[in-house]
Structure formats: C-alpha cells, structure tokens
Design a protein around this ligand. Structure first.
Ligand code: FAD
Length: 370
C-alpha cells in the first residue's frame, strides 16, 4: 500500500514538474528584458524566462559557477539592486542574513521576468572565454592528473586564481572551477592539477581528455593577491589538490623575490596521495628562506613506506610555526581543514584579514565586492 502511494505521488510530482517546464518554455513569454549593470555602466538586453546566470553567460558575462545550477556551490552569488523577485527557498542555505539584507542572490536561481539591476566587481566583467588545446598531461598520483593547455590568446592572471572549465555534457556545457597551478609568467599556457572524483562530470572529462583535445575556459577568477610587502612572510597550507594554486603562488613568489620568507604545509591522506615533493624540495634547495612540511593523516603502510610526519596538517602548523604577526596566509582544501588551520593561525598571531581561504568543495563563500 505504502509502495503504491509513493509511486502515485512520484508520478503526480513528475507530471507537475514536466507541466511547469513546458509552461515556462512555451507559454510564459517575457520578451527582451534589460539587465542594468553597475548603475548604468552597461545595459544587457537578454531573453526573459532564463536564469540570471544563463542570461549573463549569453551576454558573455561569465560568473563563476561550479554545481550546474543546483544551488549547492554558492559561486554565482551576485548583488541585485532592483528586480529579481523574492529570495527562494533553494537559495537560503547558501545565504547569510547579511547577504539577504545586502541583496545578494544566487544567479543560478534568479529567473528574469522583467528589468533587473545588478552590481558586478570590475574583475568579473573582465573575465572572458579562452579556447585551449591539451598540450601535455601525466599522472601525479594514482588519482591526480596534471594537464598543460596551450591557449589561443594570452591570459593575464594573478597567482592563486582559477578558471572555469566548460565541460560538454549531453544536456549542454557545465562549468567546474580549477585553480591554475603553472607559472604565472607563461601567459599562453595554463597548467591544472585535477583529482578524479568518482562519477564526477568535470574531473572524469579532464582525466579522459586526450592530448590535442580542445576545451574552453572562462577566467580568471579569485580575489587572492600576494602581499607586495618585501618583509611579509607567506604561509601556505594545502590539503590534497589544494596544492594546485599553492604551487603557482610559491613559484611566483620565489621567482620574483628569491629571498622571500615562505613556509609551506601540505596535508595528504597516505603516501599514495603525496605529490610534488620533489618540486618543492628543489625550490627549498635554491631558496634558503623557503621550507616545507608534508604530513599524512591516514598512513596505511608502516615506516618503510613513509618516514615523514604524520597527523592532521593543522597539528603540524601548530607545532612548527612560531608565533608572530606581519604574515599573510593562503589556505586551500576542504572546509574542515580550512576551519582548523584558520583557528591555529589566529592563535599564532595572524589577523583574520591576512588569512585567505579557497574551498574546493561545495558552498564556497564568495561575496561580491561593493
Ligand atoms: C575555487 C575552486 C577551485 C578548485 N580547484 C580545483 C583544482 O585545482 N583541482 C581539483 O581537482 N578540483 C578543484 N576544485 C573542485 C572542482 O571544481 C570540482 O568540484 C571537482 O573536480 C569535482 O567536479 P566533478 O564535475 O568531477 O564532480 P561533480 O559532478 O560536481 O560531483 C560528482 C559527485 O562527487 C561529489 N563531489 C564533488 N566534489 C567533490 C570533492 N572535491 N570531493 C569528493 N566528492 C566530491 C558530489 O557531491 C557528487 O556526488 C576547485 C573548486 C573550487 C570552488
């Protein structure tokens, strides 16, 4: 009986959803709607009925978005100053009370049914689409691939920034964020480090892409800027693939300022997940004020396999880092690691404003400037 009730309710739900989609697609005609960007700075005429994210993309304004419009990543937050209707239940889990009071919305959920006004940071308006060809690729660990793409045009970016890869799927392209791991000196190439997520659309595509294959990227995104104070020490803490932007940042810092003080902490699960240790070892050999620590959280084999540090990476930071301010920190990895490391860094004397964190998983908190 319960099974039959579930089937009947499921069918009714399915029919209603299909009816809504059909009505939206064929009956609701909102015509052309104007999006006012930055109080008259730009006006975009877009077809009504689509989401703000789709509409901006059709006008070549590329907001970041990482979850295929499922309202789970929070990357597409945008400030609305007029129009857009009420905040939807699907948006609320990713918006703070402050966001809602400030007009912040998820562009993937806001449907355009009339004129609308938004504010966008200038950096975001400069983002554009690049065509790229996979030049070389190789595995760094059992599940992590390094890919180097040649771009059709030079891409200006800051170390720590990321691109959005356009992943072709049968339902159209979906976008996924990947940090640029290669040198920021080479503007015509981008290197990415991608961990394979089981069943994941973006990572699977990038792991299967053959050398010579074409891809589109939008970018650059991300607000981290290296301090230009020559006295400032840089502390980087990376978990897993969080090492991708850190590689770019450390490489850039040491080539611009070979004497810069920089400490790197890398967390990995077990020895199979350790990557780029030789690369950072080479840098440490050439730069006396650069040092690095790797720590394994779940070493599977005995000491014959791994003679280095073990334990959570925030314990390594707590143990190895001397107290003191005047330092900048970049943390990248999963949310629990970021929270634990941030606590330790604050105990060590860093101010919250000097700690920048990039979350590689859902619900990254990105609040537009303004
Ligand atoms: C700013 C930013 C930069 C990023 N940079 C990198 C990078 O340099 N390298 C990199 O490999 N990734 C990076 N990511 C993560 C990347 O954008 C994708 O989320 C990741 O590759 C998974 O996408 P997918 O399409 O393969 O999986 P999806 O199709 O999105 O997800 C498939 C399934 O896996 C789950 N899932 C999604 N992500 C993860 C995860 N990270 N771990 C475990 N389960 C997951 C989902 O819940 C879902 O069930 C970054 C993310 C952000 C926000």
């Amino acid at each position: 009986m319960i099974v039959w009730s579930c089937i009947v309710l499921g069918c009714i739900g399915g029919v209603l959803s299909a009816a809504i989609i059909v009505c939206r697609r064929f009956l609701a005609d909102y015509g052309l709607c104007a999006i006012d960007v930055n109080s008259g700075g730009r006006t975009l005429d877009v077809a009504g009925g689509q989401t703000l994210l789709e509409a901006l993309r059709s006008a070549e304004v590329f907001l970041p978005s990482g979850c295929g419009s499922r309202a789970s990543c929070g990357l597409c937050k945008v400030r609305l100053t007029d129009g857009g209707g009420a905040v939807l239940a699907t948006e609320r889990p990713l918006l703070t009370q402050g966001d809602i009071r400030g007009g912040i919305r998820l562009a993937c959920q806001v449907r355009i049914r009339g004129p609308i006004a938004i504010e966008l940071p200038p950096d975001l308006l400069a983002v554009r689409l690049y065509r790229a060809r996979l030049e070389s690729a190789g595995m760094l660990t059992h599940d992590t691939r390094r890919l180097t793409f040649a771009l059709d045009e030079p891409l200006e970016f800051h170390p720590g920034q990321y691109v959005q890869a356009s992943i072709p799927t049968p339902d159209g392209p979906v976008f996924r964020a990947y940090s640029i791991s290669g040198s920021s000196a080479d503007k015509k190439r981008i290197e990415l480090i991608v961990r394979l997520v089981a069943g994941g659309a973006g990572s699977t595509y990038l792991h299967r892409l053959a050398v010579g294959g074409q891809m589109d990227f939008a970018g650059p995104y991300g607000q981290f800027r290296l301090s230009d104070d020559p006295e400032s020490e840089l502390i980087c803490v990376a978990g897993g693939c969080g090492l991708a932007p850190v590689k770019c940042i450390v490489e850039h810092l040491l080539s611009a300022r070979p004497q810069a003080r920089c400490r790197l902490f890398v967390g990995a699960k077990d020895s199979r997940d350790v990557m780029l240790m030789g690369f950072f070892g080479g840098l440490a050999g050439r730069h006396p004020d650069f040092s690095y620590v790797y720590s394994l959280s779940n070493p599977r084999a005995g000491p014959a396999d791994w003679a280095g540090r073990t334990g959570m990476i925030h314990h390594a930071v707590a143990h190895e880092l001397a107290p003191g301010g005047g330092r900048q920190a970049f943390i990248c990895g999963p949310e629990p690691m970021i929270a634990a490391v941030t606590r330790v860094l604050i105990e060590k004397g860093l101010s919250r404003a000097d700690i920048y964190a990039d979350r590689f998983e859902a619900a990254r908190t990105w609040t537009p400037a303004g």
